[in-house]
Design a protein. Structure first.
Ligand code: ATP
Ligand code: MG
Length: 422
């Protein structure tokens, strides 16, 4: 029979890697709770129109990266979510979460984009996303950066550079757009096919190009910053001042426009020096217009997403990933008579908070102790028919290579004494 493999660009996460994911997820949860963010879980599949309306028609995602399909039962067009913000805002509006109140929400999960797979770029990948809804900033814009900076410190990530920019408001972007079109019209010969297609639909997206032949052109293009009026400039300046006072280093990157249409004012990316071309680990910004755009009332919003695979690659490069966790205790047993006794003892120990793995099946003393060492157990409890008959067990201290017979009723205190000091 022919074997069936996973879909290209969609990865299995096998046990040796999954340890790092679990460790990271625990750390994320503590970090998010310490800033008062609460978890939200939205469906992986949404109405295609949700993404078209929020991300924007003329963007990489909507033009070529979405996994969309027709629901064969009713003909609806559905899409595997390419990002998490649209679903969260949809849910916030649908369940009236923003009425006279603010929300601080986070999510984690799979995202899907039909991209060319390469290191750090997959068709199924994972994001941790954070959304703060209902607060105009720039105070929260500053806390958002502060909490990211804090996360990198908790993880020991020292190789990330913060890039920031302001995308102003709709009117300012409209003026900039006119200037951009004029500029690009004078250099049509340098524009690639994709850029020409975007020239009148969404010229800002041309600044986002990854085409090396167009970099000089976009570097010299009119900058949005020059079109910002007093309010937007004040928001940007205060944000920058706050970051400076918080001692968070940043680079102003006026070419940073972000790949989705819903952003305004503060935008940012954390760029790693170790990831090659796929170097953005975390990205986001303010997206005040989106709530109204999706049918809610005028509101405020800022958020960001961390690409978990890229974060893990970065941590691995720096040698910051934890090693496989060890179990505390291994229960070795001999003879079919000991089956239930051994299950009971293992469970009694577990109830005292220890991680216990027991032997199954017939194997030699040597091979059972080898298994115990492989699991990193500090103690092996050895149970044979003799121990069963006398209500005792043999306790073997794996590091010291010593052993002693212990009565069942003093086993837990024996383990406590040893493992608390280990
Ligand atoms: P890029 O410019 O690298 O394509 P993007 O602007 O499309 O990134 P966002 O939509 O801002 O990315 O997503 C936030 C983060 O999610 C990115 O900074 C990155 O870490 C991660 N990410 C995005 N697309 C992928 C992908 N295809 N595979 C793995 N991670 C991804
Ligand atoms: Mg992309």
């Amino acid at each position: 029979m022919q074997k069936i493999s996973a879909i290209k660009g969609m990865n299995d996460i096998l046990v040796n890697e999954a340890y790092a994911w679990l460790w990271l997820e625990d750390l994320f949860k503590q970090w998010l709770a310490s800033y008062g963010y609460e978890n939200i879980r939205t469906p992986i599949v949404e109405d295609t129109r949700l993404f078209v309306r929020s991300i924007g028609e003329v963007t990489d995602i909507v033009e070529k990266e979405m996994y969309s399909f027709t629901d064969s039962l009713n003909g609806d067009s559905l899409t595997l979510r390419p990002e998490g913000t649209a679903g969260v805002i949809r849910a916030a509006i649908q369940h009236n979460l923003l009425y006279n109140t603010s929300q601080k929400l986070w999510y984690i999960g799979q995202m899907f984009r039909h991209e060319r797979p390469q290191k750090g770029r997959y068709r199924q990948f994972h994001q941790l996303g954070v959304e703060a809804l209902g607060v105009p900033g720039p105070d929260i814009d500053s806390e958002i950066i502060l909490m990211q900076y804090d996360l990198w410190q908790r993880l020991g990530l020292t190789n990330l550079e913060l890039h920031i920019n302001s995308l102003g408001n709709k009117e300012e972007r409209a003026e900039h757009r006119t200037a951009l079109i004029n500029y690009f019209e004078q250099h049509l010969e340098i524009l690639d096919e994709e850029a020409r297609g975007r020239l009148y639909k969404n010229p800002l997206r041309i600044l986002d190009t990854k085409n090396p032949l167009m970099q000089d052109l976009v570097n010299a293009a009119p900058q949005l910053l020059e079109f910002l009026q007093a309010d937007s400039l004040a928001h940007y300046t205060q944000w920058k001042n706050n970051l400076t006072l918080l001692n968070i280093p940043f680079v102003e990157n006026h070419r940073l426009v972000r790949g989705l249409d819903y952003y305004n004012l503060s935008v940012f990316e954390w760029i790693s020096s170790d990831l090659g071309a796929q170097n953005t680990v975390c990205a986001g910004g303010r997206y005040d217009p989106l709530v109204k755009q999706l049918g809610g009332s005028e509101n405020y919003a800022i958020g960001f997403a961390i690409g978990i695979e890229r974060l893990l690659i970065s941590l691995q490069t720096l040698g910051k990933l934890p090693t496989k966790p060890k179990v505390d205790i291994f229960v070795a047993n001999f003879g079919t008579q000991t089956e239930v006794y051994s299950l009971q003892i293992a469970n009694m120990i577990r109830q005292n908070g220890y991680q216990v793995v027991q032997n199954f099946g017939d194997s030699s003393f040597k091979s059972q102790l080898k298994k115990a060492s492989g699991l990193g157990a500090l103690i092996s409890i050895i149970i044979g028919e003799n121990e069963l008959a006398t209500n005792q067990v043999m306790v073997k201290f794996m590091l010291e290579q010593t052993q002693e017979v212990v009565k069942l009723d003093s086993l837990v205190s024996k383990l406590n004494n040893y493992l608390k000091n280990a």
